[in-house]
Design a binder for this molecule. Structure first.
Ligand code: DAH
Length: 345
């Protein structure tokens, strides 16, 4: 029996010496000291021993058990420390490592077009200004020669918030604001890119869309200035070979008024499905600022003349990038937007 105990002690000590992690230490504890462990088994056999042997063997087993327990406890502490140190070592942050790739968004096609238009007009000495999207009836219509009840109001289906406030249907509203804000009544040369709203929604119309307005007021401004400016504008956006056609039209705030068509950039004017076989695409509204508009906004029509124009930026973006459905511009689909992350467009 004594030999057996000594053998167990010897084996246990040796195994403890080789034990290198907490899991095997626990296995070892169970193997020797657990309920069904080797030492525990010996204690259970005490009943078979003689009276004289019992206390001798009993104290020997207890001694070995205490010894093993002590060693296991201190070994456990040691291994725990080691494990924490190893963890800390492996989790150290290496600040010199390159970071994981950041997914950058891309510029929205409309913003690309807005920036292009702004760059062009700023290079010609224009200011870029903005106005409120929640606009008053006064600025959206009345100060633009469209009094209440004017039939031309029917051309624009509007979202009224109250009878006085509406979501602006046209950036033209900012024409009146710019004239009224200019206290010295000095010359004006501005463009106004911005959001506009109308009650319509299909493949070529969205309830929210973008326009850019242009307004120039000075002495001796003529139709030649308007024509030259729009030619530079359209050639810059759609290509040097673009031709312009001015068709007489009607807008309440300009007189005379024109709708401006550009030669179809897809077929070069021969006729195709994009231009509905006409060779032309209608793109802008324009004209010479109506004397009434100058007058109600504080400019003397005998001293000043001016021209104005307005165009839809969404349509311009659609033509430029070959986009067939306007709603794609507002769907926020990353697969669509990612295509504009290229340097070559
Ligand atoms: N505001 C007009 C529209 O939304 C477009 C327009 C036409 C603007 C003639 C102008 C202009 O400045 O002179 O339909």
């Amino acid at each position: 029996m004594k030999d057996k105990i000594e053998e167990i002690e010897k084996n246990a000590l040796q195994e403890l010496d080789n034990c290198s992690n907490l899991k095997s230490l626990e296995d070892l504890r169970v193997k020797y000291l657990g309920k069904k462990g080797e030492l525990t088994a010996l204690l259970k056999m005490m009943g078979t021993l003689s009276k004289e042997e019992r206390p001798v063997i009993g104290s020997l087993v207890n001694k070995v058990r205490d010894e093993l327990e002590d060693i296991i406890t201190s070994k456990e502490k040691e291994l725990k420390k080691k494990e924490i140190a190893e963890k800390l070592e492996s989790e150290k942050i290496d600040v010199t490592l390159p970071s994981s790739k950041i997914r950058r968004g891309s510029k929205h096609p409309i913003n690309r077009v807005i920036e292009e238009v702004e760059d062009l007009f700023v290079s010609m000495g224009y200011d870029v200004v903005s106005g409120p999207e929640l606009e008053t009836d006064e600025y959206c219509f009345e100060r633009l020669n469209l009094p209440k009840g004017h039939p031309a109001r029917d051309m624009q289906d509007s979202f009224y918030i109250t009878t006085e406030y509406l979501l602006r249907t046209q950036t033209s509203a900012v024409q009146a604001r710019a004239m009224m804000d200019n206290k010295e009544k000095s010359p004006i040369r501005i463009i106004v890119p911005g959001k506009t709203y109308r009650r319509e929604d299909d493949a070529t119309h969205s309830h929210q869309f973008n326009q850019v307005e242009g307004l120039v007021i000075d002495k001796n401004i003529t139709f030649a200035d308007l024509k030259g400016t729009l030619e530079v504008f359209m050639k810059h956006m759609l290509g040097e070979n673009t031709k312009l056609r001015f068709r007489p039209s009607y807008f309440p705030f300009t007189e005379p008024s024109y709708e401006v068509d550009v030669s179809c950039f897809k077929c070069g004017g021969k006729g195709c499905n994009l231009c509905k076989q006409t060779g032309w695409i209608e793109l802008l509204g324009s004209g010479m600022v109506h004397p009434n508009v100058l007058r109600v906004n504080g400019y003397d029509p005998d001293k000043y003349t001016g021209f104005a124009f307005g165009t839809g930026l969404d349509r311009l973006a659609m033509f430029k990038y070959g986009i067939t459905d306007m709603r794609l511009l507002y769907a926020n689909d990353v697969r669509f937007l990612e295509q504009f992350d290229r340097k070559d467009i």
